[in-house]
Ligand binder design. Structure first.
Ligand SMILES: [Ca+2]
Ligand SMILES: [Ca+2]
Length: 225
């Protein structure tokens, strides 16, 4: 029995000592010891129970504290759905145009209601996940001509004067596209950015002062459904 106590209660040396003092021939003393042991066990149970409750309380507190920073800055749950919405939009954009963009064949076009320099316009397009429009065909030019009166498009001859390039690095096919009469003319001391004009007497592509604030057209490609 002493071994039993030792193995169960490694720190309970007093219990082992007490047990050794009891002679088996003294039932009264044994009963008294049993009662006192029972009382001690009860006491121990209460202590253990209290300790357990404290642990549970501590755990609950920890969870509450850990949760609170996530819920506390009230803006986070508000911005989180916004971000998710953005991701959703992006996945939708793969097959369809985002709100405010005009679909045509495998592209989406955005015509700005604001004005900006050519660089500002390009920046705005890129911020929306596209770029200034690249016109690949006469049909595309015709389609875009129905949307604007004058707007920046994604071509420039900043690299080499007179060599017109699209923002994706491909050269502008001067033969295939229609330029406005007499353009490009690099007028007024330098015109290195391209716009599309749809005016009765001035229709087609034109080179213009990059810093001039004008509306613009963005393009974004979509995957065919
Ligand atoms: Ca030029
Ligand atoms: Ca010009």
């Amino acid at each position: 029995m002493a071994v039993f106590f030792r193995s169960r209660e490694p720190d309970g040396g007093f219990e082992v000592a007490e047990y050794r003092q009891i002679s088996r021939s003294d039932p009264e003393a044994a009963a008294a010891t049993r009662r006192s042991r029972q009382a001690e066990i009860k006491h121990l149970q209460v202590v253990l129970l209290s300790f357990g409750l404290l642990c549970v309380l501590q755990a609950s507190l920890n969870i509450a504290l850990r949760l609170s920073p996530a819920t506390q800055p009230g803006s986070q749950p508000g911005t989180q759905p916004g971000t998710e919405e953005g991701t959703q939009d992006e996945t939708q954009e793969e097959h369809s145009c985002p709100q405010g963009w005009i679909p045509s064949s495998s592209s989406c076009y955005y015509v700005s209601s604001q004005r900006a320099s050519w660089d500002g316009a390009r920046q705005a397009c890129r911020a929306r996940g596209g770029d200034l429009v690249i016109i690949n065909s006469q049909q595309e030019q015709d389609f875009l001509s129905g949307l604007v009166v004058a707007a920046w498009v994604g071509m420039t001859d900043r690299g080499t004067e007179g060599v017109w390039m699209w923002v994706d690095g491909t050269p502008v096919d001067k033969e295939r596209l229609r330029w406005a009469p007499g353009q490009p003319d690099d007028a007024s001391g330098g015109e290195d950015c391209g716009d599309l004009r749809v005016m009765r007497s001035f229709m087609g592509l034109n080179d213009f002062d990059c810093g001039f604030p004008a509306p613009w057209i963005c393009e974004k490609n979509i995957k065919p459904v």
